[in-house]
Design a protein around this ligand. Sequence first.
Ligand SMILES: [Zn+2]
Length: 280
Amino acid sequence: MNRRLLAIHAHPDDESSKGAGAVAFYADNEVHCALVVATGGEEGDILNPAMDRPEIVENLPAVRDAELEKAAGILGFGTIYRLGYRDSGMPDSAANQRPDAFTNAPEDEALAAIVRIIRSERPQVILGYDNQKNYPHPDHLRVHELGLKAFHAAGDDRQFPEAGPAWEPARLFAPVFSRDRIVRLHAAMLARGLESPLSRRLERIADGEDPRVDVQVPIDSTLTRARDALRSHATQVDPNGFWFQIPEEVVLDNYPWEDFTLLAASGSSNTDPHDLFGGL
Ligand SMILES: [Zn+2]
């Protein structure tokens, strides 16, 4: 079987922070990986003081696109599809109201675009987002809704007949952060006498939703690359940000996986807890 994976993301940099190590793992193992990015990330704040310069602020979309190309190359994505919508901004911000914002895109139009990509790439595994209970960014919610609808529509030849011959993907997963991962990494940092950057996050997730983990993909061989990809988003990522404060060996010794929730499946359920393609 020619294995193919399609990852659907909201903004440039999401591909490097959600499921990135798993994508690199599959790219290393002869899986063709393609990426859909819904928006240009126009509303992203510059989180890296070194990049907060006028020439970068003025050209943010082009700069972010170049960052995306670099990161996608590091992770092993073979193709990038840009849906071309505008970043909708944080909840209740003015950018939500713009007609070109992803959140305001007519559903049929956005869905047709995603279905067309699915039918052209013919992935067995799609990565989308869960219901975003812990981070309700309007663009992430839209990826959740449209990802689910596109997963089901792609295999139905009565829907979007102009978008190519039907293709039924087998599984839709969401990369998630389990409470267990945060708890274990936090404890491991303290056990080493290190200051844990996860204290605040730990408090926050105590009241949040703990996502169900169906598959854990090993990232022993790809964690370094996933971090390099994230660092490539130099405007968006503080190089001293909290994930980078956790030494790689702490991750590898304590939680060397990325977690995924199965959102939908059209065929056999997974028989391998460490493989998104297990049993296919
Ligand atoms: Zn995002």
